[in-house]
Design a binder for this molecule. Structure first.
Ligand code: GLY
Length: 352
């Protein structure tokens, strides 16, 4: 088992190892004296792994309650959040009890926000079952709900007390969700690790899953420890996300997040090339690896729709947007842009 310590406003460990799901109870018991553990999972994940998680928690004496949600973004809603809080209250959970998120980003974001706010904060454990959640959303303490007006509009920073990642759970991951996780992994390599980028080119991610998760979690840990509240360096993790979120919004959220991040990385690199921040070679290599992993690189939305979607995104801070711009594979910079400059950075295929 690999143990990665994270030292943020809350100290915790990210444990990575095949078969760890069966140690969930022992590991949660090691960090919590809770009487009750409430397990939150999507329907599919619950039918695959819910009973094993429950048995492991019961074996060490937890009273276990299960709250099953519909899979998909719709569950990151105020209504579902209210239902979860009501469930906790009806079952008389207290702030010393623990919520366990078993699933991907949706489950983790909803459960984290409920854990952060129920009785002003209770125990919270993340058990990521997707590649994307393992390398990104389960670590670092971002929690979120969606509003009609956009994704992740409500949320807070609330670090988990434990992250337990069993890579074997990803064996049942649908292919498209695997690819979405690959986009986030590639993002880390483009950000600051050219050797990792080359390794991803040579060896398929699923054939080196544990090592890849470890490397990405360590990278994210280093950034979160320096800038937990997203005021500086953590913004780097938004590589591909500014345009990516706009693409997602333009598609009415039918384009998957990982796909949108892949497209967003290409869009910002195209613009960086035109503006002289990187070479043609950087764009070529990015396109090559995304294609290798079966990820999309273009989306058919107009300049104006993308621009309007960016203006509406929470990444705007007043009249400024911090765009993450590749200078080469393995090096990116944070570029503050005024509102009037953003349109000039939206460059479609063939325009570079
Ligand atoms: N997913 C980006 C972050 O946690 O900052």
């Amino acid at each position: 088992m690999i143990a990665i310590p994270v030292s943020a406003s809350q100290e915790y460990q990210v444990l990575i190892g095949p078969g760890l799901l069966d140690e969930l109870g022992t590991q949660v018991r090691a960090i919590s004296m809770a009487r009750t553990a409430a397990l939150v999972a999507g329907e599919n994940v619950f039918s695959l792994y819910g009973q094993r998680a429950r048995a492991s928690l019961e074996a060490v004496g937890f009273r276990v309650l299960c709250f099953v949600i519909k899979p998909g973004e719709e569950s990151k809603s105020l209504a579902e959040y209210g239902r979860l809080l009501q469930f906790l209250a009806e079952n008389r959970l207290t702030r010393s009890d623990v919520l366990v998120a078993l699933g991907g980003g949706v489950t983790g974001d909803l459960t984290g926000f409920a854990a952060a706010t129920y009785q002003r904060g209770m125990g919270f454990v993340q058990v990521p079952t997707t590649l994307l959640a393992a390398v990104d959303s389960s670590v670092g303490g971002k929690t979120a709900l969606n509003l009609e007006s956009g994704k992740n509009q409500v949320g807070c920073f609330y670090q988990p007390h434990l992250v337990l990642c069993d890579p074997l759970l990803q064996k049942t991951l649908p292919e498209e969700e695997y690819r979405c996780g690959c986009a986030e992994v590639i993002k880390y390599a483009v950000l600051n690790d050219e050797a990792f980028f080359e390794r991803l080119r040579r060896i398929e991610i699923r054939d080196q899953l544990e090592e890849v998760i470890q490397r990405c979690v360590e990278k994210k840990r280093d950034i979160v420890e320096e800038d937990e509240y997203d005021r500086g360096k953590r913004r780097l993790l938004n590589l591909g996300h500014t345009f990516g979120h706009a693409v997602e919004a333009c598609s009415g959220f039918t384009i998957l997040h990982g796909h949108a991040v892949a497209i967003g990385m290409v869009m910002v690199t195209r613009a960086a090339l035109r503006k002289g921040f990187c070479s043609q070679e950087t764009l070529r290599r990015l396109l090559e690896i995304l294609t290798q992993y079966g990820l999309p690189t273009e989306a058919p939305y107009s300049h104006n729709s993308l621009l309007q979607a960016i203006y509406a995104d929470k990444k705007m801070e007043g009249n400024t947007l911090h765009l993450i711009v590749p200078e080469k594979i393995g090096r990116c910079k944070i570029l503050p842009l005024g509102i009037e400059e953003i349109g000039d950075w939206i460059i479609q295929e063939g325009e570079e």
